[in-house]
Design a protein around this ligand. Structure first.
Ligand SMILES: [Zn+2]
Ligand SMILES: [Zn+2]
Length: 451
C-alpha cells in the first residue's frame, strides 16, 4: 500500500498490527528497562526521558517537564477531527520487599506501570504509519502522566508549599495545567493479576478517596524524669487509630469503604515524650456521599485522639481521586477490538457498580471527558505486594498496543464518525472548571486544640 492510497478499516488495522509486531522486542525491552529503574511520583526523570527519546525517534515533537516529569506529543492525521489521548503512567510505588525494588529508595514497579510505556509506544508506532495518515481524521496525543500512586504525602505537601505543585497527583496536576484542555477523550490500560488466561477486563469503577496528613503535636519532656510534664503525641495518634477502628462496624458492604493509614513519624528520641507524630491516612468509598460521611467520622477520630491526651492536631484534608466512569461507547469500540486480539472468550465485562477497591486519577479525568481504563491480566501475585510481577509481556504490552491502536482507528476513521458520536452522546459529570474549583476547595487545613 502506497502512502496516500485509500484503505479500508480492516486494512488499517492490519497495518497497525504489523507495525506493532515489527517492534515487539523494542516495546517489551523498553518496559523491562523501566522496570529495573523504578522511580516514584514526580521523580520519574529517567523513565520520562526514555519515553521522550522513543517518541522523538518516530518524528514527534515532545513537550517535556509537564507537572515536573510528564510529557505530551501530538500526532495529527491529514484531516481535522477530535483528539484522542493514549496515556501511560510513569511512576513506581514503594515496596522495599519487592524483588524488583531499588535498594536505595525502595521504589518498585509493584503496580505494573512500566508496561504502560511499552503499550503507548506501540500505539505510537502503529498510528504513525504513513498509510494511516489519509484515512484518519483528527489527532492522537501521547501523554505520560507522573505520580498516579498517591504516596509521599508529606514530601508532596512540601512541594506544594514551595509552589511546585497545587494538586498531589499527576493527572490532577495536568488537568490544572491545561494539558488536557485540547483532549476530547482518553484511554489507557492497566495490568491486573490473572490466572494465566489472556484476559482483558472492561467496565467497573474504582473507589473515590480522600487523603489526610495528620500531625499530632504534644509537648516534649524527659520520658523517665518528667513524663508527667509531657504531652504524648504518639498516644494521641494511637487513640485516634483506635477510635477509627470503632467506626468499622458502621461501614456498609455496598460502599466498598476502606480506612487505612501509616505513621510516617512516630517520635524523635526514645528518651523524650514524642511531641510530633505524623499519620498519613486515607478513606475510600465508591460513592461520593458515602465517602463524605466516612471522611467526617475519621476527622472526628483524629480530634478525639488529640482531646484524649490534651494534644493538638493539625489535619490537612487533601483532594484524592474521583470514581472511574468508563465511557460505554468507547468501551464498546475497545471491546470489539479486544475480542479480535485475544478472542471473545477472554473478554470480561465488570458491572458498572463494581469497584476493585483501589483508586486512580484516571477517575478524575473520566469526570470531565469520555475515558476508559480497562485491565489486562498479564501479571501474577498481589497488586502492590512483594510478588506482583508481569507473567506475560505479550499480554502486558503487545496486545494492549494493538487493541488501543485499533480502537483509535475505529474512532477516527470515516471522518471520525465514531469519536464524534461518543462526543455527541457524552455529558460530563462536571465541567473542567468546576472540577478544578471543587478539588481546590476540598484542600483544607484544620487545627484542633485538645489542650
Ligand atoms: Zn497502584
Ligand atoms: Zn497502578
Amino acid at each position: 500500500m502506497a502512502s496516500g492510497a485509500i484503505i479500508t478499516g480492516t486494512e488499517a488495522r492490519s497495518v497497525a498490527f504489523s507495525a506493532v509486531d515489527r517492534v515487539t522486542r523494542e516495546l517489551v525491552g523498553t518496559a523491562k528497562k523501566i522496570y529495573v529503574e523504578p522511580e516514584v511520583g514526580f521523580r520519574e526523570r529517567k523513565t520520562s526521558a526514555r519515553i521522550a527519546r522513543s517518541l522523538r525517534g518516530l518524528g514527534l515533537t515532545v513537550e517535556e517537564g509537564i507537572a515536573h516529569t510528564g510529557l505530551k506529543a501530538v500526532y495529527e492525521f491529514d484531516r481535522p477531527g477530535p483528539r484522542v489521548a493514549v496515556i501511560c503512567e510513569l511512576d513506581a510505588l514503594r515496596v522495599p520487599s519487592h524483588s524488583g525494588s531499588d535498594p536505595d529508595t525502595g521504589a518498585a514497579h509493584a503496580c505494573g506501570h512500566h508496561t504502560q510505556a511499552g503499550m503507548m509506544l506501540g500505539v505510537a508506532h502503529a498510528l504513525t504509519q504513513p498509510e494511516l495518515r489519509g484515512l484518519l481524521s483528527g489527532s492522537v496525543a501521547f501523554i505520560a502522566t507522573p505520580a498516579e500512586e498517591f504516596i509521599d504525602v508529606s514530601e508532596r505537601l512540601e512541594m506544594r508549599k514551595a509552589g511546585l505543585l497545587q494538586f498531589l497527583s499527576g493527572k490532577q496536576e495536568m488537568l490544572r495545567l491545561g494539558t488536557f484542555d485540547d483532549i476530547d477523550m482518553a484511554m489507557m490500560m492497566h495490568t491486573a493479576s490473572g490466572d494465566g488466561s489472556p484476559r482483558i477486563t472492561v467496565g467497573g469503577t474504582s473507589n473515590a478517596h480522600i487523603v489526610h496528613h495528620v500531625r499530632f503535636v504534644g509537648r516534649s519532656a524527659h520520658a523517665g524524669g518528667a513524663p508527667d510534664r509531657g504531652i504524648n503525641a504518639l498516644q494521641a495518634a494511637m487513640l485516634a487509630i483506635n477510635a477509627i477502628n470503632t467506626q468499622r462496624e458502621t461501614l456498609q458492604e455496598k460502599h466498598i469503604a476502606r480506612i487505612h493509614g501509616i505513621i510516617t513519624k512516630g517520635g524523635t528520641a526514645v528518651n523524650a515524650v514524642p511531641d510530633n507524630v505524623v499519620y498519613e491516612g486515607r478513606v475510600r468509598a465508591m460513592q461520593a456521599d458515602a465517602l463524605a460521611d466516612l471522611n467526617e467520622k475519621v476527622l472526628r477520630c483524629y480530634r478525639a485522639g488529640a482531646l484524649g491526651v490534651g494534644a493538638n492536631v493539625e489535619i490537612t484534608t487533601i483532594p484524592g481521586y474521583l470514581s472511574m466512569q468508563n465511557n460505554v461507547e468507547m468501551q464498546d469500540v475497545f471491546s470489539r477490538n479486544a475480542e479480535l486480539v485475544v478472542g471473545a472468550s477472554n473478554l470480561r465485562c465488570t458491572e458498572d457498580a463494581e469497584s476493585r477497591g483501589g483508586s486512580t486519577d484516571m477517575g478524575d479525568l473520566s469526570t470531565v471527558m469520555p475515558a476508559i481504563h480497562p485491565y489486562t491480566s498479564a501479571a501474577m501475585g498481589t497488586g502492590h505486594g512483594p510478588d506482583y510481577v508481569i507473567a506475560d509481556y505479550d499480554l502486558a504490552v503487545v496486545a494492549p498496543a494493538k487493541i488501543m491502536s485499533a480502537t483509535v482507528i475505529d474512532l477516527l476513521s470515516n471522518d471520525a464518525s465514531g469519536a464524534k458520536r461518543v462526543l455527541e452522546n457524552y455529558r460530563p459529570v462536571m465541567s473542567r472548571a468546576k472540577y478544578l474549583a471543587m478539588q481546590a476547595e476540598r484542600f483544607q487545613t484544620e487545627l484542633y486544640k485538645g489542650v
